[in-house]
Write a protein that binds this ligand. Structure first.
Ligand SMILES: C[S@@+](CC[C@H](N)C(=O)[O-])C[C@H]1O[C@@H](n2cnc3c(N)ncnc32)[C@H](O)[C@@H]1O
Length: 303
């Protein structure tokens, strides 16, 4: 999976741009594929992002009481699953890169066959995974069939089309010192995917050790492109098959979920260690940059 704020290891994803053999090996695709999985360590910033997004997820689910919750694309750290379980939910995280252990299944959602006792879900949550999905309409139809009427879909996403030149430059001006020496593998860094030898990168490249590593990758990728930001970034996003925020919202509009909350929120502060969410929001409110975060809650329509 690609993009901006993440990066893990080997991707067996819808876009086929998986490519890391970072660390560890595992077997156990839920769909029975006898394929060896290699998976990576988390990238800097992953844990911070989970912690910053969790209060939003927790608040949305508060009214449900303990229930059955699925996380799509929980990531190598397990995303919200441990936190959901601590709240009393029966939570399962599905991701080709999910950690080992109870509550995790190493699989794409599309290939996952839930146990009967998981269904119907009371809620499905996802953070930065749906923009990687190849056929979001099909995925949402499948999710809708597994969520009970009145159940929730809670998403935190990236509206990557809002990452315009002014926003990018604002971020680049705030990169921490160690991120300025981005390594040579700019595209891989920009992708946010973990890439060849992620461990080695982190050892050798100070930029790879900061949560802003992917922003540093974009800065360098743009410089090296020699072209406009728009051409560089659009080419990058389309090259990786990343859905835009608008495309995701269109698919949600067509789905069996009724929108109950839709907000744009600060996005880059999870990567820019010296920037707070309030400072980023102030820059958005002043019209200096665009809000790149999307928060969505949908309720499964009955019938
Ligand atoms: C940017 S990471 C986010 C991980 C985690 N949610 C977080 O916020 O730290 C995107 C994750 O989505 C997963 N992913 C992408 N497409 C998926 C799919 N079709 N089914 C399950 N997981 C998927 C990737 O493997 C990756 O771990």
């Amino acid at each position: 999976m690609a993009h901006g704020e993440h990066g893990h290891g080997h991707r067996h994803d819808a876009h086929g741009h998986g490519h890391t053999h970072a660390h560890g090996h595992g077997h156990g695709l839920a769909n029975g594929e006898d394929e060896e999985l290699s998976f990576a360590a988390p990238r800097p910033g992953d844990q911070k992002r989970i912690e910053l997004v969790w209060p939003f997820v927790r608040e949305q689910l508060a009214g449900l009481g303990p229930g059955s919750v699925l996380e799509i694309g929980c990531g190598v750290l397990g995303g919200f699953v441990p936190l959901l379980r601590a709240e009393g939910h029966r939570a399962v995280g599905v991701d080709p890169e999910a950690p080992e252990g109870p509550g995790f299944v190493r699989s794409r959602y599309e290939d996952y066959k839930p146990d009967a006792d998981e269904l119907p879900y009371d809620a499905v949550v996802a953070c930065l995974s749906l923009h990687h999905v190849e056929d979001l309409d099909a995925l949402l139809a499948s999710v809708a069939a597994q969520v009970r009427p009145g159940g929730l879909l809670v998403l935190r996403e990236w509206a990557r089309e809002e990452f315009d030149e002014a926003t990018a430059c604002w971020c680049f001006d705030r990169l921490p010192e160690e991120a300025l020496g981005a390594d040579e593998n700019a595209d891989e860094n920009a992708e946010g995917d973990a890439d060849e030898n992620a461990e080695g990168d982190a050892d050798e490249d100070p930029a790879a050790r900061t949560p802003a590593w992917w922003l540093a990758g974009h800065r360098q990728g743009w410089q090296e492109s020699g072209g406009s930001w728009d051409d560089y970034f659009q080419g990058w996003a389309e090259g990786h098959g990343l859905l835009s925020g608008a495309a995701m919202l269109d698919a949600l509009e067509r789905s069996a979920f009724e929108t109950v909350l839709l907000e744009r929120d600060p996005y880059f502060h999870t990567a820019l260690v010296d920037v707070t969410a309030d400072e980023e929001r102030a820059a958005v409110d002043a019209g200096v940059i665009r809000a790149n975060g999307l928060r969505y809650v949908g309720r499964r329509r009955s019938g």
